[in-house]
Design a protein around this ligand. Structure first.
Ligand code: GLC
Length: 721
C-alpha cells in the first residue's frame, strides 16, 4: 500500500479523545523498518529553549532520515511547518511529527507559577489558565505540553516545589483534574509529571534518591496522577529519581502494573530528559543496550534526548534483552497518540496560517492577584487607599520583569512582562516614586552595596510609604535549584535591616518559588505579601492588591517553616506516641524552636475579618457538615473554608488532619452565608494494613477552619455507620 494510504487509515477525528483503530496502527507498524520504528520512539529538542544538560543541535538530518518521531522546545507555525514538511514529504512513510513544550503556567502570556496558582484554591481558575495557555500554544503549532507537574512537595529546599500544587494530595488531585481538562479540552495533550514521588528526593536535593513508605506513596504521591489519568491525560512522564532503589524510568511496577494494568492508562510514556541513558549512572544498567531494554520493558515509549533507544535497542534485540513485539507496542502507542492529535488527518493542522487570539492579559492580571498571599498586615497597613505623595520603591525585584515570569516560562518574553515599577507609575501617576534597587539579588561589590544601602535609607526616610521588593531570582527556583539556606540571597537581609531601621512602616513584597526563612522580618515589617513569581502581569496584579482594587484571597498551599531545621514539614502529620508538649520534656519537640510553622497550610489574610459559627453535621455516611461564615469587617473579602478529617482511633495511626474539601466564599461587609460540605462514605476511607481502601465505622472528627492552624479549628464529632 502506498504511504498515503497508511496515513489515511490512521486519520482520526480532530478531537483528542478518539484513537485510531488498533488494526490501522498495526498495519503501519508492520510496514516499518526497525530504524523507522526506533525513529518514532526518539524525541529531540530543537533548542528554542534549553531545558536539559545536552542540546541536539541541527536535527534536520535526523528528521530527513526518519529517525525522529517528535520534537520539543520548538514553536511558531513557520518553524513547525518547516520541520513537519521534512517529516511528511521527505521520509519514506511520511509519518508526521508531534511538537511538545513545557507549558506549566502559560505559553507566551505567563500566569503565576503553579505554586502561586495553587494558593488561589480555585479549580475553575486552574482550568481557565490552562485553557488560555493551550489556545496560545496551539496557535504556535504545539501539540503537547509536559504539564501539569503534580509532584506533592513538603520540602522547600527543593527548587521544583515552585512547579507544583504544594503539599496536599487533595489539592493536587483537584489541580490535576482541572489542568488536564483545561489543556486537553482545548486540544493540547497533557503529560502529568514526574511520576512519582519526585518531591520527596533526599535532603531536598534535586534528582536525589527517594525512600518513602509504600503507604506514603499510595496516600500522598500517587493520587494526583491517578486523578490526571482518570481525567484522560494522553501522556505521562516518569521522574528522574529512583524509588527505593528502582529508577522510575525502569520501574515496571509503576509504569506498567500500576499505570496501565490497574489504572487503565492507554497513552504514551515519555522519558524525562536523557533519563534512559542515565540508568547507567543509577547503576542499574551496565551499558546503553541494558538501559534501553530496562526502560522499554518498564513501559517507557519515547526516549527524550538520550538516543539510548536508537543506539541501544538494536543491540538489546541481538542480545535477546527485548523482543521486536515490545518495540512494536511502543511504536503503536506513539502512532495512536499522533492519530488522537489528528496529525494523520492533517499534519499541518497547526502549522497553517492562523489569526492569533488576543493575549489573555486580563486573565493573567487577575490570576496574578489571586496568588498573592497576604501573610502579615499589622494595623491594616494594606490596602493603601490614599495614593502616596512620595513612595520609596526599594529592592532588586521592584523592576525585574524577567524574574517576574519565574521558572519554566515557556515562550514568555520579559519585554512583555510588566514589573511593579511601571504598574505603580500607572496606578499612582501623581506619586513621586523613588525607585532604588539598592543591591543585586545576589553578589555585588561591597562599595556599591554600601552606596545602595545608603540610597535606600535616604529614599525610605523621605517617603511616606515604603515598599521593599526582595527575594529570589527566577533562576534560583525550579529544576536543579535546590537551596540549603532559605534566607534572602545576597545582601538583601542587610538592605531590609537598613530600611527597617529608619522606623518607617515597610511593606515587604517577597518574590520566590518557595517559602523563605525570614523569621525576624515578619515581625518587623508592617505587612508582608508572598508574591511568588506572578507572571506577565505581575506589576498590575500586585498594584491591584496594594490599592485595594482586588482583595487578597490567596491561602498558603504549603506550610511555611520557621527554620530549615523543621523541614520536611507539612500539616498532615501523625501524632506519634509523645506529641509535642512544651511542658513535658519527653515529647516530640525541638529544644530551640516551637514545632509550629511560621505560617500554617491555608494561612492567608484578607483586608477584612471573617467568623465561623454554628458548626454542625448530620447523617452517618454520607455526612453533611455545615457552618456559617460571616464577614465581620468593613471591606468585601473572600474566605477559604477547609474541611479536614481525623479518625481518632484506627487500625493504622492517622495524621491528625487530612484535607477532604475546600471552597471559597466571597462576602460583602456584614454578609453571612452557610457553607456545607457533603462527605460520601468513601471520603472516610483510609488504606488498611494491606493498603486497600477501607472505611472503619465509628467516630470521626471533622474540623472546619480557615487554615490548618489547630488553634482555630471548629471540631464536630460524627459517627460513620
Ligand atoms: C527537564 C524536566 C522536565 C521537562 C523536560 C523537558 O529536565 O525534568 O520537567 O519536561 O526536561 O524540558
Amino acid at each position: 500500500m502506498r504511504r498515503r494510504t497508511f496515513l489515511g487509515l490512521l486519520a482520526a477525528g480532530a478531537g483528542l479523545t478518539r484513537i485510531a483503530p488498533a488494526a490501522d496502527t498495526a498495519l503501519l507498524v508492520a510496514e516499518m523498518t526497525l530504524e523507522e520504528k526506533l525513529g518514532q520512539l526518539a524525541m529531540l529538542s530543537a533548542d528554542y529553549a534549553v531545558t536539559g544538560p545536552t542540546v541536539a543541535g541541527d536535527v534536520s538530518g535526523e528528521l530527513r532520515a526518519g529517525r525522529v518521531g517528535s520534537l520539543f522546545n520548538l514553536w511558531g507555525r513557520e518553524a513547525i511547518r518547516a520541520a513537519q514538511r521534512i517529516a511528511v514529504e521527505e521520509t519514506r512513510l511520511g509519518i508526521p511529527l508531534f511538537f511538545a513544550l513545557d507549558i506549566l503556567h502559560g505559553f507566551r502570556t505567563i500566569f503565576p507559577i503553579p505554586l502561586a496558582e495553587a494558593a488561589a484554591f480555585d479549580p475553575a481558575l486552574w482550568e481557565e489558565t490552562a485553557r488560555a495557555a493551550a489556545v496560545e500554544a496551539i496557535a504556535a503549532g504545539v501539540d503537547l505540553t509536559f504539564a501539569p507537574m503534580l509532584d506533592v512537595a513538603r520540602d522547600p529546599r527543593w527548587g521544583r516545589i515552585a512547579e507544583g500544587p504544594g503539599e496536599d494530595p487533595c489539592v493536587a488531585d483537584r489541580f490535576a483534574t482541572a489542568k488536564v481538562r483545561g489543556y486537553q479540552g482545548s486540544g493540547l495533550a497533557a503529560t502529568p509529571k514526574h511520576f512519582a514521588a519526585y518531591g520527596a528526593s533526599a535532603a531536598g536535593r534535586d534528582y536525589a534518591a527517594v525512600d518513602i513508605s509504600e503507604r506514603a506513596l499510595a496516600e500522598i504521591y500517587l493520587p494526583p496522577f491517578r486523578a490526571a489519568i482518570d481525567a484522560g491525560a494522553l501522556a505521562l512522564m516518569p521522574a528522574f529519581t529512583d524509588l527505593a532503589g528502582v529508577p522510575l524510568t525502569a520501574n515496571r511496577a509503576l509504569l506498567t502494573d500500576t499505570l496501565r494494568t490497574d489504572w487503565g492508562f492507554d497513552g504514551v510514556v515519555i522519558s524525562d530528559y536523557n533519563a534512559i541513558a542515565e540508568l547507567t549512572r543509577h547503576g542499574v544498567a551496565a551499558d546503553t543496550a541494558e538501559a534501553a531494554a530496562l526502560a522499554l520493558r518498564a513501559g517507557v515509549d519515547i526516549d527524550m534526548m538520550s538516543r539510548a533507544y536508537r543506539d541501544g535497542l538494536p543491540v538489546a534485540l541481538d542480545r535477546g534483552l527485548v523482543t521486536l513485539a515490545e518495540i512494536d507496542t511502543a511504536v503503536a502507542r506513539v502512532l495512536a497518540l499522533k492519530a488522537r492529535l489528528g496529525l494523520f488527518a492533517d499534519p499541518f493542522r497547526r502549522a497553517g496560517p492562523v489569526e492569533p487570539a488576543p493575549p489573555p492579559r486580563a486573565l493573567a492580571r487577575a490570576a496574578a492577584a489571586r496568588g498573592l498571599t497576604l501573610l502579615t498586615n499589622r494595623g491594616d497597613t494594606l490596602p493603601i487607599e490614599t495614593p502616596p505623595a512620595r513612595l520609596a520603591l526599594i529592592g532588586p525585584l521592584a523592576d525585574a520583569p524577567a524574574d517576574m515570569l519565574g521558572p519554566w516560562a515557556g515562550a514568555g518574553r520579559p519585554d512583555e512582562a510588566v514589573a511593579l515599577l511601571p504598574a505603580l507609575r500607572d496606578v499612582w501617576p501623581d506619586a513621586r516614586i523613588d525607585h532604588v534597587p539598592a543591591v543585586p539579588i545576589a553578589g555585588g561589590e561591597p562599595a556599591r552595596i554600601e552606596a545602595g544601602l545608603a540610597a535606600a535609607v535616604a529614599a525610605a526616610t523621605r517617603a511616606d510609604h515604603v515598599l521593599l521588593c526582595l527575594g529570589e531570582a527566577a533562576s534560583m527556583s525550579g529544576e536543579a535549584a535546590s537551596r540549603a539556606h532559605l534566607s534572602l540571597p545576597g545582601q538583601q537581609q542587610a538592605l531590609a535591616d537598613a530600611v527597617l531601621a529608619t522606623g518607617k512602616p515597610v511593606v515587604l513584597l517577597l518574590f520566590s518559588g518557595r517559602p523563605l526563612i525570614l523569621p525576624d522580618l515578619f515581625d518587623r515589617a508592617a505587612a508582608t505579601v508572598a508574591c511568588w513569581f506572578p507572571g506577565s502581569e505581575a506589576g498590575p496584579g500586585i498594584a491591584d492588591l496594594l490599592t485595594g482594587r482586588v482583595a487578597p484571597s490567596a491561602r498558603l498551599p504549603v506550610t511555611w517553616p520557621r527554620a530549615e531545621g523543621q523541614i520536611p514539614i507539612a500539616y498532615a502529620a501523625r501524632p506519634g506516641g509523645r506529641p509535642e508538649n512544651r511542658n513535658d520534656h519527653y515529647t516530640s519537640k525541638y529544644i530551640d524552636l516551637p514545632n509550629s510553622p511560621q505560617f500554617a497550610f491555608g494561612h492567608g489574610l484578607s483586608t477584612t475579618s471573617f467568623t465561623m459559627t454554628d458548626p454542625a453535621a448530620e447523617g452517618t455516611g454520607p455526612i453533611t457538615a455545615r457552618t456559617t461564615v460571616a464577614n465581620a469587617g468593613r471591606r468585601a473579602g473572600t474566605a477559604t473554608v477547609f474541611l479536614f478529617l481525623h479518625d481518632p482511633v484506627s487500625i493504622i495511626s492517622r495524621p491528625t488532619l487530612e484535607l477532604r474539601r475546600f471552597t471559597q466564599v466571597t462576602l460583602a461587609p456584614g454578609e453571612r452565608r452557610e457553607v456545607a460540605f457533603t462527605l460520601a462514605r468513601d471520603d472516610f476511607a483510609a488504606l488498611d494494613a494491606a493498603l486497600r481502601p477501607a472505611v472503619e465505622p465509628g467516630a470521626f472528627d471533622l474540623h472546619l477552619g480557615f487554615s490548618a492552624d489547630p488553634a482555630a479549628l471548629r471540631t464536630i464529632r460524627v459517627t460513620v455507620a
